[in-house]
Design a protein around this ligand. Sequence first.
Ligand code: FE2
Length: 362
Amino acid sequence: MNSFKINSFDHCELYVSNAKQAAHYYQSALGFQPIAYQGLETGNRNKVSYVMKQNQIRFVLSSPLVPGTEIGQHIDKHGDGVKDISFSVDNTENAWRETTDRGAESVSKPKMIEDEKGEAIIATIKTYGDTTHTFVEREKYNGVFLPGYQVMDVQTVANPTGLVHIDHVVGNQPNGEMEPTCKFYEKVFGWHRFWSVDDKDLSTEFSSLRSIVMANENEIIKMPINEPAEGLKKSQIQEFVEFYDGPGIQHVAMSTKDIISTVKQLRSNGVELLKTPKTYYEKLKNRIGDFDEDIDILAELGILLDSDENGYMLQIFTKPIQDRPTLFYEIIQRKGSNSFGKGNFKALFESIEKEQALRGNL
Ligand code: FE2
């Protein structure tokens, strides 16, 4: 039993080479509103950060302002990617003390940060690769994000795309590292195994993967952990691990209450989404049975659908959002189902492999 409670995902911080331009993409393509900023104007000489928000989702986009920084080294090694998955907790001190007592490596001890809007307590520990988890205790803070950030002077208001909250965050591991990583979450956080697939469920003609979904006590936080499995050709997980140069965040899944409208908006904003073969929809009716959506619209947009005993879910994936074939996003609408789309993996993989082949990496 933990002496601290994780309330939700607080935010994800990405290290990117040009935060100003990335912020524009998150606003104009993904529909996030810039709400807070820190940089030269706020007295930060080394680092600039933009906080982008849509409903309960917050991304912090950070770039270095000078050479020789930890952020710069991270970008050189990994390309643009997710550095930190932050959790909102009721007690940062307890979260940091317990996780480090159970073997997590500390990056920064609990510290109180404050400005005229109140105070917050933050601490950071390491997880897989160069990825970190920050604990954020923000009950006594009333500002727009965290102390040290100024309210963004916004020139244009984003058109929201209906993204509501972070459903799950997936980490790719090198071969053989999935089990130790899951054990880390069991031991350090006291999490449990929520769902899993192995290479028997999950192989195409060419490649496969194994995945275990780790969840916290109240199952609000779900973090699937993947590793490549042997196939005839290179697994997409292996492609990630090579281009990210180690383990890291493969995708962040964001929920919507109306996936058809969200996907239409994302498409018209220029977001590149994976395509789904027409044969997928021919099989879908037999596989799933009844569902509310018009199958022709799903087919036109490439939205995938899968069911379990509790209901169904709809999902679609973007192409990688930077030049390296690493981080991408998932859009998901759950209608009863809490699963992770096992029935879609084959169609999804075949689509990803088409892209992989174009990159010369299959
Ligand atoms: Fe996912």
